[in-house]
Design a protein around this ligand. Sequence first.
Ligand SMILES: [Ca+2]
Ligand SMILES: [Ca+2]
Ligand SMILES: [Ca+2]
Ligand SMILES: [Ca+2]
Length: 305
Amino acid sequence: MLSLTAFILMLNHIDAEPDPSGFKLIYDGTNTFYFQIWGTESLTDTWDALDVESGYNQQQTWVDPISLTTQKAFFYRVNKVDIQTPNDIDGDGIHDLLEHSHFFLNPLDPTDATNDLDGNGLDNLQESLIGLDITLVDSDADGMEDGYEVQHACLNPQLSDADGNPDGDAIANLMEMLLGSDPCIANTGTGSLSVVYVDGLNGNNTNDGSITFPVATIQKGIDLVSSNSVGQVIVAAGNYTENNILYNGVYVQGAGTDLTISTGRFDIVGVTNAGVRAMTIADSGGYGVNIDQSDGILLQPESVR
Ligand SMILES: [Ca+2]
Ligand SMILES: [Ca+2]
Ligand SMILES: [Ca+2]
Ligand SMILES: [Ca+2]
């Protein structure tokens, strides 16, 4: 004998009617609540989670995908849940509303919490607990992936901190990532990683390139870093009209758009892991940057014109 019973909990209004394609629940939606639908074949059994439905201020219909003809006695229960305090029907740690709003998550499947949808090294549960976007490799779009930022406690995956320097060693966070050094531990001495300062106005190419005694041209800065191995050339605001040749592992960083302006050319040929950023590269009559047969090149001038 077929017996269908709808249990109505905390709902203002609900209709239940048989439907050839399955048992149908019709209820009044609301913007401030969502609904969990549970079912069981026997009131002495545990309730099984059947679905999560969002509210809306209109009549909602939910149809059980199991057809009536194959259904034995069945009982339904609808729970109304405040969207401000969502539950977690599958108990995987990711709340129902987040799962319901992303088609690739299933509020009834606890295994999707351990997937890493965007492949950034953090699984979906870790991202949801931190409040990161589980669809974005780099939630704050600062060039450093979420997983990298979480692994380094001095970085903030929800704040654009590529230019920050929490270890106070003169190498900005993004540069540390690209150079393979730890952004949270100051690089002491020159070692294999060096920083050379360039100041077109106050520098002199006979200087050592320290912050106190900067060199005058970008190329001199590149040459000094390259002679040491890898590192960063920090170029002060000003106009630079030289042509430059970039080498492996050297990153040139200006003071920002329209502050550091290069009207010379950057030749990046046969180079691995190098870059130019935070400066304006103006057209010097042909092209500002020539990249050829190179790999891992970061080119992030604010404007190339
Ligand atoms: Ca969940
Ligand atoms: Ca992820
Ligand atoms: Ca980031
Ligand atoms: Ca640093």
